[in-house]
Design a protein around this ligand. Structure first.
Ligand code: GUN
Length: 291
């Protein structure tokens, strides 16, 4: 069994980005600049956004964090987006999800200038992704493609089973892996809460991408031998023995599943760090496109 080490791979990618940034700056290019908007006080979201901002500093980007209170109106948030859209110094920005319930997420994502949409969530960019045209590929599926590529995991002709149909992970992942591309050409089945005989399907999988948000959902009796398992889930479970009061658990029962795997991602240290590295990659791309 080989661990797909997202932490190490993300560090490699960040080192590559840092080198490219310093070369660009030597040639007179300005520092890439990422902005992030976060609305409200969700602990996990704040942790993720802070990690994104910190990662920017480490690779030599500028970063701007805009923290807005929970009661921010949709109109106020749209106004902040309009400001970032026209700010010539900002190369790309993200609006951290989820948003408070009184804000229409789709309306917000549509307001982001597609050329600055480094999350790849604007319908225009989702459409380009679905058509296999050059665009910003969302950080999580992009990170999974990169991890599979760097570990030489073969996808062509394989049966990939994606658990979950979210707009952020399951849906784009299933589209990308079915496409004609370097990491692609797979036969993809997408499973969700209405799927019947799920275990029959997962037992046929060569590669499983678990992105349903149910802790330790995928068990050893649901998979065959020699599979590759990508665990996108990350749930904080209360654990009084831990200093911070919780432990992080994926969608995969790691101990038992890993025994049957050729390749598997750990949680934490698998997909999570890759998403940040790919967001930086998209920001660098946005910055180069604009210069
Ligand atoms: N919430 C969970 N994942 C993401 C992501 O990739 N981008 C943003 N903006 N919010 C998220």
């Amino acid at each position: 069994m080989t661990l797909l080490d997202g932490k190490k791979t993300a560090a490699d990618i960040k080192a590559e980005i840092a080198l490219e940034v310093s070369n660009l700056i030597e040639k007179g290019h300005k520092k890439p600049h990422l902005a992030a908007i976060i609305v409200g006080n969700d602990g996990a979201s704040i942790t993720y956004v802070n990690a994104k901002v910190k990662a920017c500093e480490r690779v030599g980007f500028e970063s701007t964090l805009i923290r807005l209170p929970e009661e921010t109106t949709e109109a106020d948030l749209l106004n902040e987006i309009a400001i970032l859209n026209i700010d010539k110094d900002i190369d790309g920005f993200i609006v951290q999800l989820p948003l408070p319930k009184h804000i229409d997420e789709q309306k917000i994502l549509m307001a982001v200038d597609p050329d600055k949409d480094v999350d790849g969530f604007h319908p225009m960019n989702v459409g380009k992704m679905a058509l296999n045209l050059p665009t910003f590929i969302s950080a999580t599926p992009f990170g999974i493609l990169e991890l599979l590529e760097r570990y030489n995991v073969q996808t062509s002709g394989k049966h990939v089973v994606v658990l979950g149909r979210s707009h952020i992970v399951g849906s784009p992942m299933s589209i990308l892996l079915s496409q004609k591309r370097k990491v692609g050409d797979a036969t993809v089945t997408i499973c969700h809460s209405r799927t019947k005989n799920l275990k029959e399907i997962t037992l046929q999988a060569d590669i499983i991408v678990a992105a349903i948000g149910i802790p330790e959902f995928l068990k050893a009796d649901m998979i065959k031998e020699n599979v590759t398992v990508i665990d996108v889930g990350i749930t904080r479970l209360a654990d009084s023995s831990k200093q911070n009061g919780f432990r992080l658990v994926g969608d995969v029962a790691f101990e038992e599943v890993s025994e049957k795997c050729d390749f598997i991602t750990p949680v934490p240290g698998g997909v999570g760090p890759m998403t940040i590295a790919m967001l930086l990659k998209n920001t660098l791309l946005a910055s180069k496109r604009r210069s």
